[in-house]
Each structure stands twice: as structure tokens, then as C-alpha cells.
Design a binder for this molecule. Structure first.
Ligand SMILES: Cc1cc2nc3c(=O)[nH]c(=O)nc-3n(C[C@H](O)[C@H](O)[C@H](O)COP(=O)(O)OP(=O)(O)OC[C@H]3O[C@@H](n4cnc5c(N)ncnc54)[C@H](O)[C@@H]3O)c2cc1C
Length: 430
């Protein structure tokens, strides 16, 4: 019998496995894919390495930053952006980033004006009454602002990299993210999407794994996790059974309905698992010919197949552009011509040489991208999942308390699960 079975080897799982194994516990880590990293994935494209999933970190993020410092890993300085394009009311506008901010800033401020009042102490979600906003979707909020079509498109464009479905995503998570950054959406965006890890996310994962003493089993999807009152029995899809004193379930929310959890979880948690979280976006890398002028571009969800694009790196005389598409089904990321057509709306004549992407929505071991909670879930079911369920401890960026939706949150929850287990086992609570 192992002390702990950790299921999933994304950032949450590898953090939990490292921390527990360094405390002297025997740990087995079961991962469905043939690689670690989950929704972060440093892959090969254009004769180089690019991150197909989670990428950006920031020094204001309290969990990932100490990890980078622990292993002496830096971040990449982003390319200075010179031009902004934004699609509004059917017309592409352009200006300097400051001119775009002047147009968009007041609209974002109106949309998220109550962020700090709703979440005065973001680490304590019960600090204020959130019941009203937890019934509200992003679409409800946009409708309530009485915006002109032009204004709604400008605002929709600023939010677009984080939108799949205005009618399904709760406004609460937008307000929460803004509140973490003292009510400044632009500060949140800078933290969430600016600084890639030098050498890619795999470098940090490998550093964590290098210290971990856990036994890693790749290509081992788990089918069931049962707390039988004495210990936890983990059953793989192949039928192998592994017994442990405790288990960490560090799986994407959208895959949890494929795993039988016994005893049954609380009803709100079951609802969260069954309804899944709605984010089915797409991230596409485009190699564009030449060293083009550094730009950002935005279009509201549903109004263009590419909703945000940004020049990211120079590469052998060309430029790598990262694109986010609100709806994965709206564009085939492998279709060079479709990507070129979509980018030409913003930058006429731009020549796309090659594209690369990973389909996170169709991937059975993610079934979506980063989490965005439906109304009611951020302050309802997610906090319940952060508490131990008998000997089973859930972890993952999808249920994080502060870093919800990101690498930082994955590390936050992996470390918390490890602490909870160390405390429980040290107290003799098997
Ligand atoms: C396109 C994209 C862009 C993103 N951009 C950013 C960003 O810039 N910055 C940021 O901070 N975050 C970003 N994110 C979010 C971030 O990547 C995730 O929040 C974070 O990596 C989640 O880590 P995790 O360990 O909770 O889950 P995951 O990384 O999903 O790990 C879960 C693991 O469980 C495994 N698994 C699934 N089912 C089973 C099973 N049945 N049995 C065993 N194993 C199983 C999976 O294979 C996976 O390895 C992005 C995500 C995507 C998809």
C-alpha cells in the first residue's frame, strides 16, 4: 500500500506528488497521457518549441513565482507592441495601444465597477454577499450596461481572449479576477497573459519532477477512486487496483464525470462535475512571413473566428503570432489559409507560412481549456471541492481559491492538498 496516490500529472498533481514525497511519504502518480503537464504542453512547431496550452506567469502570482525562484528559472521579456487593431461595429479600427486603452478602459471600468465591493478580500470569498452576482452571466452584465453596438463590441473585444460563451460564463469570475488586481482589469490582463516561462512550461515541470521522489506511471488513465472507510482504492481503466492511505484527484473538472468517485460527492459538487465548465476556446500559433510590425488585435466573441492575436516572438526572420479563438469550432487551427484569411482582417496582406495548435476541447483528458465557472459555481461548489472528501483530496487550477483558471492556481491547490494530507497523516487520521 502506498501512502498517497496522486491522480493526474499537471501542475497540481506534480506539486502535490513532490511535496508529499519530500515529506517522506511513498507516492504513486497516475497519469493518463504519455507525458506530464496536462493543459500545459511545450510542443514542437516551426522548428522550434512553443507552448500550446498554459504559458504566462507573473511575479504577482503567489504560488508559481516562488517555484520559478526555487529552480532559478526566469521569464521572457515580451515584444513591445506598437499597434492595436480592434473590430467594432463591423469596422476594424487601429491606433497605438494607449489610444485603444483610452477607448476601451472606461467601458471595462463600467462593466466591472463592483469588483472590489463584491470581493473586498479575494482570499475570503465569504467577505461580502455574492448571491446577486452569482446569478448573473457575462451576457446579462453586458446587456445591463445599455451600450451602443460600437461600445459593446469594443468591450467584448477586450474580454474576448477569456470568453467562449457570454451566456454560460458567470460574471463573478471576471469580477473576482479584477478584484485580485485591486479592480484593475488591465493589471489582471497583464498578469494573466504577458510573461512566458523561459524555456517553456516543461522546464518548470521537469524541475519539479526532478526533485520529486514519486513513482510516475504514464499512460495510466484512472476509472475509479473509492474511499472504503479504511483506505483509498484506485482502479485504472485497465482494471489494475492500487491501494493508498489517501488520494489526490488532480484532474480537469471536465474529465471528472468519467471517473467514479465513492462515496458520492456533495450535491453541488456533483452538479458542477456533470454540467462541466464551458470554456472551449482555441489557441493557435501562426508563423507570419517577415518581421512585421508588433501588434495586438481583438474582436468580440462570435463576430470573427480569431478573437485576439498578438505578435509574440521573432523566429528566423519571421514573426510568431499567438491567436485565441473564442469558439474552437469556428476555425480549424491547422488550416493555414483560414488563419491567414482571419488575420488579414486586421493586418491586410499578412502572409501566414504555417500554423500549429492543440485541440484542447476534443482532447479526452482535458475536454476544454482553462476554467470559467458558470453562475453560482465560483463561490458555491468550487470551495466545497477544496475541502477533503474523506480520504480523497481534489486539486487543480479549476477549483483554486485565488489562482482560479491558471498554473498558479494549480500549484496552489496541489500544495494545499499535500499540506492537508501531511497534517492528517501526522495526526494519525488514516
Ligand atoms: C490553451 C490554454 C491556454 C492557457 N493559458 C494559460 C496561461 O497563459 N497562464 C496560466 O496560468 N494558465 C493558462 N491556462 C490554464 C492552465 O494551463 C491550467 O489552469 C493548468 O495547467 C491546470 O493544471 P491542472 O494540474 O489543474 O490540470 P491539468 O494540467 O489539466 O492536469 C490534469 C492531468 O490529469 C490527467 N488526466 C485526465 N484524466 C485522467 C484520468 N482519468 N486518469 C489519470 N489522469 C488523467 C491529464 O492528462 C492531465 O495531465 C491555459 C490553458 C489552455 C488550455
Amino acid at each position: 500500500m502506498y501512502d498517497v496516490a496522486v491522480i493526474g500529472a499537471g501542475f497540481a498533481g506534480v506539486t502535490a506528488a513532490r511535496d508529499l514525497s519530500l515529506e517522506g511519504y511513498s507516492v504513486v502518480q497516475l497519469e493518463a497521457r504519455d507525458r506530464i503537464g496536462g493543459r500545459t504542453f511545450l510542443g514542437e512547431a516551426f522548428g522550434s518549441s512553443v507552448d500550446f496550452g498554459g504559458t504566462y506567469v507573473h511575479w504577482t502570482q503567489p504560488h508559481v513565482w516562488p517555484e520559478l525562484e526555487r529552480y532559478g528559472i526566469g521569464v521572457v521579456t515580451p515584444m513591445e507592441i506598437e499597434r492595436a487593431y480592434w473590430l467594432a461595429d463591423g469596422i476594424v479600427h487601429s491606433g497605438t495601444p494607449a489610444e485603444h486603452a483610452d477607448v476601451a478602459g472606461p467601458l471595462v471600468a463600467r462593466c466591472l465597477a463592483d469588483a472590489r465591493a463584491r470581493f473586498p478580500r479575494p482570499f475570503d470569498i465569504s467577505a461580502a454577499d455574492t448571491s446577486a452576482i452569482e446569478k448573473e452571466t457575462l451576457g446579462d452584465r453586458l446587456d445591463s450596461l445599455n451600450l451602443s453596438r460600437h461600445e459593446r463590441d469594443v468591450l467584448g473585444g477586450v474580454l474576448a481572449s477569456l470568453v467562449h460563451s457570454e451566456g454560460e460564463q458567470g460574471i463573478a469570475q471576471f469580477l473576482f479576477w479584477s478584484a485580485i488586481y485591486f479592480g484593475s482589469w488591465s493589471a489582471f490582463l497583464e498578469a494573466a497573459g504577458h510573461l512566458p516561462i523561459e524555456g517553456g512550461t516543461k522546464r518548470l515541470l521537469d524541475a519539479i519532477m526532478g526533485e520529486s521522489k514519486a513513482e510516475l506511471w504514464l499512460s495510466t488513465p484512472v476509472a475509479a477512486v473509492e474511499d472504503d472507510g479504511l483506505a483509498v482504492m484506485v482502479t485504472t481503466r485497465e482494471g489494475e487496483r492500487i491501494r493508498a492511505r489517501r488520494a489526490v484527484v488532480a484532474l480537469p473538472l471536465n474529465t471528472l464525470s468519467d471517473v467514479t468517485i465513492t462515496p458520492e460527492v456533495a450535491r453541488p459538487v456533483r452538479t458542477l462535475i456533470e454540467r462541466k465548465q464551458p470554456m472551449r476556446t482555441r489557441k493557435i500559433w501562426a508563423r507570419v512571413k517577415g518581421e512585421i510590425e508588433p501588434f495586438t488585435a481583438s474582436a468580440p466573441a462570435g463576430k470573427h473566428p480569431i478573437n485576439t492575436a498578438r505578435t509574440e516572438y521573432r523566429h528566423e526572420g519571421d514573426t510568431l503570432v499567438v491567436c485565441f479563438c473564442s469558439d474552437a469550432s469556428a476555425i480549424d487551427g491547422e488550416d493555414r489559409e483560414a488563419v491567414q484569411r482571419a488575420l488579414r482582417l486586421f493586418v491586410p496582406g499578412v502572409e501566414v507560412v504555417d500554423t500549429a495548435c492543440h485541440d484542447w476541447a476534443a482532447d479526452p483528458f482535458s475536454q476544454g481549456t482553462w476554467v470559467h465557472h458558470r453562475p453560482g459555481m465560483l463561490t458555491g461548489a468550487a470551495p466545497l471541492m477544496r475541502e477533503p472528501h474523506g480520504r480523497i483530496h481534489f486539486a487543480g487550477g479549476d477549483i483554486a481559491a485565488v489562482g482560479v483558471g491558471g498554473i498558479d492556481g494549480a500549484i496552489e491547490t496541489g500544495a494545499k492538498a499535500a499540506r492537508d494530507i501531511v497534517r492528517a497523516l501526522a495526526a494519525g487520521r488514516d
